[in-house]
Design a protein around this ligand. Sequence first.
Ligand SMILES: [Zn+2]
Length: 355
Amino acid sequence: MNPYLIVVALVCFSSCAIPSANAAPCLVVTLTGTQGGPPAFNGLAGSGTLVRYGDDGNDCGNVKLQFDAGRGTSMRLSQISVQPGQLSAIFFTHVHSDHTDGFGDLMQLRWFYNSEGPRIDVVCSSDTASPRGFALSCNKFAMHIGDAFLQSGEIAQRHSENEKRLPRGPSGLINVVTFEPRNEPQVVWSAGDVKVSAIRSMHIAGHASYRVDTPAGSVVVGGDASNDVAAPPRASSTSDQVERLAKGADVIVHSTVHPVMAPERGSGMPSSSFHRQSTAGDLGAMAKRTGARHLMLTHLIPSIGAERHGGWKVPGGPLTADDYRKAVEPSGFAGNLVVGTDLASVRLPATAAQR
Ligand SMILES: [Zn+2]
């Protein structure tokens, strides 16, 4: 063999997959689904946000964190070449199905192709008793995610084809990490120089909001948080705890309701449903107060172009992205406003083309 080729091979083994020491750190925040709530409309994926961190040498891809996993998450991830087996951890803000019903698909795929591991951390609130007495359990949700496929016999059938697949199905690949949500930020997950903190927030019992801190910047994922005071009069529809968590963060990703859906405008949306979301205007004001550079509105209620939101009508007809911009404008938020569409992204630092 040509000795020159051997040298090239050795150099490659020792450095090709490893970024150079001076590669710049970077963070990419991508909306993997922007549908607000349970309806299915116009092919939008269900709620979710992917946060990638790394450096120039690995396309910001050392760590891949998925926050919520609504309908169609695996399809959106496939469009940006992220496979379920590559996710480092999944975080849930709460166990409503519009934030969780893509999880079974993600985990079944991970089990199918990556049963040899590693296991994935699923991070969420510990079991909570709701005010009406029933329990909300992210832990049980995760641990039973493969039950229907166990019952149908698919797990046994595919295991018989390939014995490397875990016989107990996808739950065997999950490491559930639960925490008691508190009113102050607490670190709930970390890896290298990536730290994820959580805070208690209101929407349903057990709801939590998250913040990711990295050397390239920080992002807060609010989920469906709203103010602890369930209805007006209150200073804002946004959560005081999320505001605390977001102080100084670069990016805020947050579920949004447009004020046109207010019950007094004739939408038919129940007051309790409307008031447990944050309005676009109040999110702009919160982002201004915390000093965010980017506000990404997601989980839009109603979806852009929709005449109805589930069973409720959109008074005055379908909204445009501009209608959401106009709702934020009076807040004076002067940063970059992203009215969420599936796969909309913010990169820190911005590339020359994005500046
Ligand atoms: Zn929701």
